[in-house]
Design a protein around this ligand. Sequence first.
Ligand code: NAD
Length: 463
Amino acid sequence: MAVNEHWMEVISPYDGSVVGRVPECTEDQVREAIRRASEAAPGMAAMPAYQRGAILNKAAQIIAGQVDDLGRLMARENGKPLKYSRAEALRAVDTFNFAADEARRLHGETIPLDASAAGVGKIGYFVRVPVGVIAAITPFNFPLNLSAHKIAPAIAAGCPVVMKPAPTTPMTVLRLAEILREAGLPDGAFEVVTGGADVGTWLTTDPRIAMISFTGSVPVARQITRTAGLRRVVLELGGNAATIIDEDANLDHAVSRNVIGSFSYSGQTCISVQRIYIHRSRYEEFRQKFLAAAEKLVVGDPLSDQTDIGPLINDGAADRIESWIAEAVGQGATVSLGGTRQGRLFQPTVLENVRPEMQLMCAEAFGPVVSLVPFDDFDDALAQADDSTFGLQAGVYTRDLNKAMRAVQRLNVGGVIINDVPTLRIDHMPYGGNKESGVGREGPRFAIEEMTTLKMVIINLGV
Ligand code: NAD
């Protein structure tokens, strides 16, 4: 990156210390990064599969050797407690290795053209070819693994990437760029441009960009799609995920998993559990066990191995959640646990007596707040869980196969998790949402499908 007079400080959301400084890119620098990526495109498209696979495996190996370091960097940069930030680094190892596997088996198909009289005497097949330069925009909450979910499949597909990380978490992505250079990725194949919304706009509106891969919030996604024109766009957006706990559920499992699902990384994940619907016959038992488990969570320094809940990303996020709790209480909700904060450190918070129209139920909380709701009828619980503008993932605890299959059929979400929380992503599965939770899917195999296009070949024999 060229020397720049404009620098941004990256500040720890926990203690306000300076984690680093990065350039605030100018429009010229963004254009220059896109130029370098465009120049790298033919080389990336021509790179043999074994080399793409080798670079991806090497990147995974380097990340595996730096799990602790990367974990600490993320804990400082975005306040994610060490136990979760190290886990994120380990997941990125998986993501790169899965993408390496996919690079080696990316292939087309033959088409039996003679199934039509018009095709007799012709051989037909298609291949997958890279779309070209990808603009990748990532959020603050998983700076390493969500960036990996864009750059790793792009390398597998043969596409260069210009990535704009969130302004709060650029350091991890710049480290990833170093790792990829060390792994042998050619110059220009991964460019990082740091800065805020302006940098994102310059990047996504440049005509040399073939595809936009965005992970973040709905309002920004709307802005991007307004100017995307005819380019391909993949959007991984927010949610207000629900778990349904039916009368025959394994309650201890449901309690421990929903505590993690609701409060890990302070609820700042797109599949954080925000609404729990519990069969009335088990409500009190679940409630007591859940409150007892949530109360034991340790809130504090993300760099401590003991910490379960670190700070929210900024004051605005803490203010918003505080005001949404106040609004819910004003409308009759009760706070059964937490509800208070010390600066950006928010206590794990549990609400009851909520109504569907409260913000904490119908909007994306993105904080350590969960609401408990009793239900009498399983199908009604399905309808309530599905009554959302979002549709990312849902969790359903039941041992009744018929009910489980009804849930799979009725819930309009990208993933239904039976007997576990919605907060579950294994990195090679198709992942993404319906409705306002997004368009398209990630997970290396599925992201590669989005990042490639089909080229049909017909050979007319006997000419
Ligand atoms: P955000 O939408 O505020 O920002 C995301 C990125 O977009 C940042 O890099 C930001 O600088 C950039 N940006 C802002 N304005 C832009 C513009 N006009 N043009 C281009 N880029 C622009 O999101 P955030 O606060 O960083 O992250 C939280 C959101 O991300 C939540 O809604 C969460 O649910 C979502 N998310 C979704 C997934 C998923 O896979 N579905 C995963 C993680 C987070």
